[in-house]
Write a protein that binds this ligand. Sequence first.
Ligand code: ADP
Length: 644
Amino acid sequence: MGPSGAPQSGPGNRAEIRKAPDAPPPPRRAAGGLWRAWAGSPALPWLLSLAAVLAAALIAGRIAERAAIGDLRRSAAATLALQVAAFRTEIQKQGSLPLALASDPEIAASVGPSPDPALIGRVDERLAEIARASGAAVIYVIRQDGKAVAASNAGEPGSFVGAVYAFRPYFQQALAEGAGRQFALGTVSGRAGLYLSRRVAGPGGRAGVVVVKVEFDAIEEAWRKAGREGAETVMVTDPRGIVLMASEPAWRFGTLQPVPDEERRLVRERLEFGAAPLAPLPLHPAADGYGLVRVGSGALPARLALPLDAAIPGTTWRLHTLTRIGVAVARERVQAQVIAGLAVGLACLGLAEIVGRRRRLRASLAEAAARRSELEERVRARTQALTEANRQLKAEIAERQRTEAERQRLGRELAHAGRLAALGQFAASMAHEINQPLAAIRSYADNAGILIQRERFPEATENLAAVGRLTERIAGLTRQLKGFARKASGRRDPVALDQVVRASLEVVEGRLSGIDLALALPEPSPYVLGEGPRLEQVVVNLVQNALDAVGSVKNPRIAVTVRVTGERAVLEVGDNGGGLPDGGGQVFDAFFTTKANGLGLGLAISRGIVEECGGTLSAGASPEGGALFRVELPLAPAGQGAAA
Ligand code: ADP
């Protein structure tokens, strides 16, 4: 990844970004997309629910309607049976009357050729009495030629007496067969009724007919009244389908089916129903599958009715009922529709709620999952960043350690170079320092040779001893120079401080006689990190300086003390000599010396060694009046000392 990496990748990225808008747009909804759009539309569930509600209402309404009409049919059949029984009773009540009257002698006599007017009067009275008692409309007696001779309404306006009934089928039937019956409009009264006739055997082989006219006004009135209160429409038809009586007055003489022209002519001739037009009734089959009829036509409001009919026993007639499909059925249908619609609607709402809840649950789960994965991603990114930071930190630490080691190495080399440079500077003074003893050795040696020749041996010996001392001085100089030039190894090993002190004292043992040496070493000894021989050099130097300082005092005392203070070991060398010159400010400077034969290097080199070991060397006044030098060194870490 050089500086060339970015420009190379840059144009590539730009090309990709530019390309994106040119890419073909995502495919729109393909075939079936319309359906998917519908299926995905929020209106679809509502439309489906609406359809379900409507279908349920429709089906439930139909079922309820069917059941209600079934119930209605059963109750209408019962009503029909009751109506038939009532109507039959009404006819039967009058049915036996003609037979009883036919066997009456006075009535028989009244159909004779010239009946006694008193007899006729009595018959009229009897007939009126019987009619009142039986509820018959009119009772009358007809001669063989068809003329009425006696009647219950004789003497009243519109009396039947004198009228001719030869053309009436009930008359002809009774003459021919003994009994007859006919429903017709009255020619005189103009009122419809059932004529029941019976042949009467009159005197002299003459025959007559007694007729009881039954009118159904009362029963019709009862039907009408019930009809007004909402009950069924009732009517009675003859075999031709012509309505003889009905609860609806307008329906009388209407027809259930069209009457043929021939029949129509006959009806006219017999004056059966007067001038009635025999129009079809306003009934139309309703296409609903229940066999219902629609009642009414034109301006009349059409209403549905259930038609039932039954034969009236003892007659050729049929009794019809038209039961209104009233509000009850509609109510039941509407109730069922409402209940079913509500139930299905509630079910749909419940379903919608369940579906909605599941959808919401799914959405919230998805949201939670998204949040979780986002969080995980953030945690991952953060972890990655931390790992990267950690790696960088480690690299920096390693780099710093490397730099530090390098710095230390450079520092050591610099010190070494510094020392070498210093060595160069004082090389001249060194030459001078060495030349002096060399010149002295020369002259001592020359003198010794001369003294030996003169046999002045003791003096010669003294001169040779001086040569020895001078060579010793030169050896000391070179020794110190060697130590100064030696480069520190950089190694630091745990060193027992008491051993350092003991080894140093051994070196200077020869000079210690007559000196009061106070040695204080702790048990066990502290360990410090450093180089044993170099630390010994320091201690030897300090003790030698102390010995130099106490050389001229009366009770020379030197104290060497080792102790531990906190993390450091402290070594002190004190004396009761003359103390440091001029406050001691210069004693650590190289070549500073107050001694005639001193080099002024001992303390400078000692301080360098101590500092290489991570410690300090300082000088001050001792409580005894002399000087006190203090070496502080860091303790070796616990465990390392024991191992050493
Ligand atoms: P040298 O001993 O060769 O003089 P040093 O560097 O060891 O060199 O000492 C420098 C000087 O410090 C000495 O000359 C002396 O004046 C002074 N000095 C050192 N130790 C003591 C001491 N214990 N008491 C008094 N002066 C001291």
